[in-house]
Design a protein around this ligand. Structure first.
Ligand SMILES: CC(C)(COP(=O)(O)OP(=O)(O)OC[C@H]1O[C@@H](n2cnc3c(N)ncnc32)[C@H](O)[C@@H]1OP(=O)(O)O)[C@@H](O)C(=O)NCCC(=O)NCCS
Length: 190
């Protein structure tokens, strides 16, 4: 996600760092999360790697340590992302979700992945529903978008299930191995 466009959120406007959704806690990643996050990503590599450009190679501990430090240092990060882990009642990592201020006013984008062992339970749908509501509560946001490749039917199903409208399908750079090169742009307006 690039940040060439102007920000939708004024400096200091931030979503909360902790969000409780039923039995799940969605919270800003903390530095100590690097090991459980590494383990979740490593276990889910075959599930996530086909679809997400940041996971072109198997994860490394160092890379996950650095990511945790970056998120701990600034909220949002320099690329204007608010990155959350999704945790189960026992504290285990169920997945991740992010709010990205990269589309230009008045829109923000939501991105996500789910631990392969926790798919099919609405972990991501329920988390994205909560983050969508939170995004609309932020001054400056009148539109929330979810972008996915046309071949990524499970990601598209999340957006559809939440009531996002498919605004368009158009050619998009192939950034991950399973992508078709056709992007779906799902939109929800205030
Ligand atoms: C995309 C991805 C996050 C979707 O995962 P998922 O498990 O299908 O999504 P959810 O966690 O929302 O679970 C939805 C399923 O739980 C079911 N479900 C159960 N309880 C539910 C509840 N309370 N609310 C919503 N759905 C519920 C849904 O009916 C759905 O079932 P289905 O898979 O049989 O259709 C996951 O496949 C993934 O991590 N993919 C790799 C990374 C990726 O592609 N990220 C997005 C890039 S654009």
């Amino acid at each position: 996600m690039d940040v060439e466009l102007p920000a939708a959120l004024a400096p200091g406007v931030c979503p909360p760092q902790r969000i409780v959704v039923e039995d799940m806690l969605i919270r800003r990643w903390e530095p100590e999360d690097f090991m459980p996050r590494f383990e979740a990503i490593a276990a889910s590599y075959e599930h996530i790697h086909p679809w997400m450009a940041w996971l072109a190679e198997r994860p490394t501990l160092d890379q996950q340590r650095v990511f945790g430090e970056i998120v701990a240092e600034s909220w949002p990060t320099a690329d204007r992302a608010f990155n959350y882990g999704i945790f189960g009642g026992d504290g285990s990592v169920l997945g991740a979700i992010g709010l990205h201020d990269c589309l230009g006013p008045p829109a923000v984008e939501i991105g996500y992945w789910c631990h392969v062992e926790h798919t099919g339970r609405g972990v991501v749908t329920r988390s994205a529903a909560a983050l969508t509501r939170i995004a609309f509560a932020l001054p400056g946001v009148d539109r929330v978008e979810i972008h996915c490749d046309e071949a990524n039917v499970r990601s598209a199903a999340v957006a559809r299930r939440l009531g996002y409208r498919l605004d368009r399908i158009e050619p998009r750079e192939k950034r991950a191995p399973a992508e078709s090169g056709r992007g779906m742009y799902w939109v929800m307006e205030r």
